[in-house]
Every structure is written in structure tokens, then in C-alpha cells.
Design a protein around this ligand. Sequence first.
Ligand code: FES
Ligand code: FES
Length: 161
Amino acid sequence: MIAPISVSFQVNGERIDALVPPRLNLADFLREHLQLTGTHVGCEHGVCGACTIRVNGEIVRSCLMLAVQAQAASIETIEGLSDRGEVADLQTAFRERNALQCGYCTPGMLMTAQDLLRQSPAPDREAIREHLSGNYCRCTGYQAIVDAVQATARARAGRSS
Ligand code: FES
Ligand code: FES
């Protein structure tokens, strides 16, 4: 058996020190060691986007990253964004427009939508679809998700003008 490796990083602003198996992926570490189960695991090979998190400000698929590769990184999960209200308006828009059904894709979808709105405050529908194209939803048909993201962008623009 390969010996565990010592890692240290921030998760949602809290310092985490742990001994992890070298092959443990970051999604499983977050879910199983920190009980941050908002990071979902669908395909486990980088296709579905359910496991999307932020690492050093960039969205990544946490099933494709080993926990040991996150050494010294700043990690944010949907719990962190949700607890500090960063995506409260997006969450409300998703709920109001029925942009979720089973909800399995929703944490990753919110992480990716928020990433778009940070980069591009007024995306058109095509840009929203393009940015969300790596996040799969088997329930909604995407229309309501695009509606919710667009409504949030417009509401934020209204608040900042
Ligand atoms: Fe990571 Fe699907 S579980 S992309
Ligand atoms: Fe079920 Fe998107 S709401 S997968």
C-alpha cells in the first residue's frame, strides 16, 4: 500500500490539514473527509460538470484533480458560496423558474453560472449556453436554466446601475 501524503489547503476559508491517499481525487476528499456533499459526482471522468468547484478562483472539475494536487490552494465549494450569499440570487432565480428538478446538476450548474457572471455581467443566451455546455442536466432541457441565469444577470445589472 502506498503511504498517505500530507496536504494543507483552504476550503471555504478554513485551513485543512490532512493525510490523504495519493490517488484520492478532490471530489471524493471533499465529500468523504469534509462531508461537503454539495459537490456531486456523476461521471467521474470530467464530462458532466456535477463536481465543479473553484480552485484559486478558477472553476475545475474536482473528479479530475487529486487531493494532493490541491496543496496550498484555496478551494471553494457550493457550500462556501451559498453560506456567504454569493449565489443567493442565482439560487432564487433557479427556484422561481423551475431550473432544477432532481437537483443533481444544480451545484455544479450554479458554480459555472456564477463563474460566467463574474467574467461577463451581461451574457446573451448563446454565451450562457456556451459557458454551461460542460454541465449536463438530464431533467430540465436547459431552457429554464438559461432563463434563470439571464434573469440574474439582468437583476444584477439593475442593482449596479
Ligand atoms: Fe466530475 Fe462528472 S463527476 S465531471
Ligand atoms: Fe436533474 Fe439537472 S435537475 S440533472
